[in-house]
Write a protein that binds this ligand. Structure first.
Ligand code: HEM
Length: 182
């Protein structure tokens, strides 16, 4: 996992829960916390940090990851505004994830192991995104998608009729725009 992900986790934990909580999580997870954005670190370290945060904040690990995604995406939008400025709403942004956004991310953060989504666009109102990854971070995708809708001032409903965490072969993220941008 790229160091940028750890940097974002540190930023949102410090901001919302304080420096002491971040220091305690590092200790609990037995990691030193020295992450550089372009470095590569074992996935296991993010799993341990999320586990420590879940215990400290009395949340499930998936809720921690979802919260993290929701709060980290606005920081990514500040760092890389061009990805967001290129679109006017959530759906076209999500459809650009593989070919533009994550493919650019691979160049910006060499060695990034980003997921590839496939789509069902047969309905103009409901976008289905199929996700498969050994990391099973669909909760991160959920948090990112929710924050993307907030970025574009849209209200969406989001659920997962299928999920690898419930034993399905893949996750299906169902995104319906309830209230488009005014
Ligand atoms: C709604 C939009 C997005 C979704 C749903 C999404 C989804 C994900 C997911 C689920 C992962 C975890 C890796 C895995 O599953 O194997 C991931 C990794 C990552 N994404 Fe995205 N992403 C989004 C937007 C972005 C944007 C805008 C950026 C940067 C500007 C970005 C940069 C990254 C990076 C750096 C990683 C880490 C890769 C690694 O550590 O190897 N993503 N993304």
């Amino acid at each position: 996992m790229k160091g940028i992900v750890f940097n974002l986790l540190e930023a949102v934990v410090r901001r919302d829960h304080g420096d002491d909580v971040w220091e305690a999580l590092l200790e609990q997870a037995s990691v030193d916390g020295a992450y550089t954005s372009l470095g590569n670190y074992p996935d296991d370290e993010i799993t341990r940090l999320v586990g420590a945060a879940a215990a400290a904040l009395d949340m499930s690990p998936d809720d921690v990851v979802r919260w993290f995604g929701r709060n980290a995406l606005p920081l990514l939008a500040k760092k890389h505004p061009h990805f967001f400025d290129a679109h006017k709403s959530t759906r076209p942004f999500l459809l650009a994830l593989n070919d533009v956004i994550h493919s650019e991310v691979r160049k910006l953060y060499p060695g990034a192991d980003v997921p590839v989504f496939t789509y069902d666009t047969s309905s103009p109102d409901v976008l289905l995104m199929y996700y498969r990854s050994h990391r099973k971070m669909c909760a991160l995708a959920e948090g990112f998608i929710e924050a993307t809708a907030a970025h574009y001032d849209e209200e969406i409903s989001l659920d997962q009729p299928e999920c690898m965490k419930r034993g399905d072969e893949r996750c299906v993220l169902r995104v319906s725009v309830r209230k488009p941008r005014p």
